[in-house]
Design a protein around this ligand. Structure first.
Ligand code: NAI
Length: 246
């Protein structure tokens, strides 16, 4: 029970990685706010793990006021906040030459990039107000570190997540706050499943083991990073990509 008594917000908590992470965190003793645009699905996660350990909250992470309100709600429900997992996101894109910035760039930046800035800012203010240490984990991607097809905006947003993490560690370290980014490779979640079995197989082949990573494997890493066992891991990127980036 490495996370006994810790209060954690998981954004995108109704999705593939989020849901697996909520399960793992609760199993490790945490109390969790399952935050997502999809409130019904977030509530289904709470129904599964138990209402004494988790609550569901609707949030649009691309709106700062909503992220601030989410942090306030966590404090109201559980008395404090210890870990922020900025994980909600969308994927997709088209070739650069076909871009309409209003359709293909700005929405992606708002949801995958601005959201992480908002999450870091709101959580850090709460940690400092509490006068206690805190951890901020944010989901980047292998595309944050390398170019890929149809990933012009997605890659930019995910690269910003890494930069935010470094800057957060630099600025907030003196307050006892750690910030870590994770870069999953190809994870077997609705985000990948939506692309169809053919692309799923291709993605699997690109990983060292020849299979997709299961969301539970990402969750195990997040639980470790959230725990005091990771006390010296700060401002860095943890690759959870099954060798994709080597
Ligand atoms: P998913 O599609 O299963 O889950 C994403 C969740 O985010 C959904 O529940 C969705 O409702 C929520 N969401 C989307 N926009 C939101 C908003 N504006 N406000 C609040 N919630 C919102 O996807 P998955 O795979 O679990 O993705 C989680 C994170 O992992 C994302 O940031 C994604 O970019 C990243 N990632 C995923 C990879 C994969 O292979 N599945 C690989 C690398 C990174």
């Amino acid at each position: 029970m490495r996370l006994n008594g810790k209060v954690v917000i998981v954004t995108g908590g109704a999705g593939g990685i989020g849901r697996a992470t909520v399960r793992k965190l609760v199993a490790e003793g945490a109390r969790v706010v399952v935050a997502d645009l999809a409130l019904d699905q977030a509530q289904a996660v709470v129904d599964e793990v138990g209402a004494d350990a988790a609550i569901a909250e609707r949030v649009d992470v691309s709106v700062f006021a909503e992220v601030e309100a989410l942090v306030a709600r966590a404090v109201e429900a559980f008395g404090r906040l210890d870990v922020m997992f900025n994980n909600a996101g969308i994927a997709g894109g088209r070739p650069l030459l076909e871009h309409d910035p209003e359709r293909d760039y700005f929405p992606m930046i708002r949801i995958d990039q601005d959201s992480v800035y908002f999450g870091i800012l709101a959580a850090a203010r709460q940690f400092v107000a509490q006068g206690s240490p805190g951890v901020i984990i944010s989901t980047s991607s292998i595309y944050g570190e390398s170019a890929a097809e149809n990933a012009f905006a997605y890659g930019a947003a995910k690269a910003a997540v890494i930069s935010f993490t470094r800057s957060a560690a630099y600025e907030l370290g003196p307050h006892g706050i750690r910030a870590v980014a994770i870069t999953p490779g190809r994870v077997n979640t609705p985000m990948i499943q939506r692309l169809g079995p053919e692309l799923g197989s291709l993605f699997a082949e690109q990983q060292a083991s020849g299979r997709l990573t299961e969301p539970e494997e990402i969750a195990d890493t997040v639980a470790f990073l959230a725990s005091d066992e990771a006390s010296a891991i700060n401002g860095t990127v943890v690759h959870v990509d099954d060798g994709y980036s080597v």
